[in-house]
Write a protein that binds this ligand. Structure first.
Ligand code: 1CP
Length: 341
């Protein structure tokens, strides 16, 4: 039995006594207990691939910040890894793929991964986390959107422009679709397995949505997100967070996702009008947490007012920045909890 089911009810579109709150990237470097554990290991991958440790880190923000949901500690890049394209996490720089996808032969070599065989460590982390949470809060599973995963597989690392990945869409659209189909098949099986293992809500992160022009977004991203939503909707409520793709809201409104995540450039009233009936999640500017405590409180209250009039899950408009003061995160969380909208 869930002791605190506020997040789950809001994610199902039900009204709640107060607005639930969690933060994207809540498990990670903002918490001293995370940095301590991380420092004792060989690297990020060891943490992600050791289920008991991943579960420990997943629960840290529940203890430290008292948020209303846990998100399984993993990364979107475990999917290419499982498909046969391994990543490395370079200290202080981020992800790196030593080999990238450039040709039809490269795509042909990739497998549609079996989550039980190739991502069993995430599923085991979910099972351990669920047991340890013992119903305190719901657990969120996640995956990257196929377009964002393609972007890393083709580019090989983070980038401001992802110009290699975007070049592929112009020069070899059929090849891009073949790759997107393989990623989508893997992602659907992976999210289904996460739900089976105990994830109660799943979120799709399209972090690089905003670098595509709208027509390309429809063709190369949202059509695959729609397939994921159609496959998952009967199993669990789905959240779609597509950073920078404000113009795609009508497309998400037509999908069976329950919640739409907003970045900080979006206006909640506009999204409500374009997606009636959906729960909205977001969208405080992560940089607002660099303010004084009084400023954080005021900015959080202003955000809550903008979401009035429908179901809302409070969050930031993107992941919390690693150099954010954890005390200010607590002010954000406590302000949401005290809000009498
Ligand atoms: O040294 C470290 O500890 C590594 C930092 C780190 C962490 C804590 C990375 C590297 N990934 C993560 C965990 C992570 N990644 C979570 C954990 C759960 C939580 O939210 O608490 C999640 C949901 C992700 C998802 C993720 N990884 C996304 C989508 C969300 C987003 O922020 O846009 C993306 C784009 C990644 C790729 C990635 N992994 C790590 C970094 C630094 C990056 C971004 C690289 C880039 O800028 O391109």
């Amino acid at each position: 039995m869930l002791h605190n089911d506020l997040f789950l009810r809001a994610a199902r579109g039900e009204t709640t006594e107060r607005t639930p709150v969690w933060l994207m990237r809540q498990a990670g470097r903002i918490l001293p207990e995370y940095r301590k554990l991380r420092g004792s290991l060989s690297g990020f991958k060891e943490l992600v691939e050791t289920p008991a440790l991943a579960a420990e880190v997943t629960i840290q923000p529940i203890d430290a910040l008292d948020v209303d949901a846990a998100i399984i500690f993993s990364d979107i890049l475990v999917v290419p890894d499982a498909m046969g394209l391994p990543y490395e996490m370079v200290e202080a720089r981020g992800p790196l793929f030593p080999t990238t996808i450039q040709s039809a032969a490269d795509v042909a070599r990739l497998r549609v991964a079996d989550p039980h065989e190739h991502l069993g460590y995430v599923l085991e982390a979910i099972r351990i986390t669920k047991k340890a949470l013992n119903g305190r809060v719901p657990l969120i599973g996640f995956a990257g959107a196929p377009w964002t995963i393609l972007a890393y597989m083709v580019e090989g690392h983070g980038s401001k422009t992802f110009s290699k990945a975007r070049r592929l869409l112009y020069q070899e659209p059929a090849l891009a679709h073949l790759l997107l189909e393989k990623i989508t098949a893997t992602t659907i099986a992976y999210l289904q397995a996460q739900v089976e293992a105990g994830a109660q809500v799943v979120q799709v992160f399209d972090s690089w949505a905003g670098i595509l022009p709208p027509a390309h977004y429809t063709e190369f991203s949202s059509r695959y997100i729609a397939q994921i939503c159609a496959a998952l909707a009967p199993l669990a409520p789905i959240t779609v967070f597509a950073k920078g793709a404000w113009w795609a809201v009508p497309e998400f409104a037509a999908m069976p996702c329950r919640t739409i995540g907003l970045d900080w450039n979006q206006t909640p009233a506009d999204v409500r009008a374009a997606a009636p009936g959906k729960t909205l999640q977001g969208n405080l500017d992560p940089a607002a947490l660099y303010g004084t405590r009084a400023q954080v409180k005021a900015a959080t209250e202003a955000m809550l007012r903008r979401f009035a009039g429908g179901p809302h899950i409070a969050n930031l408009g993107h992941g919390v920045y690693p150099d954010t003061d954890a005390d200010n995160v607590r002010v954000f969380v406590d302000t949401v909890k005290a809000w009498q909208g």
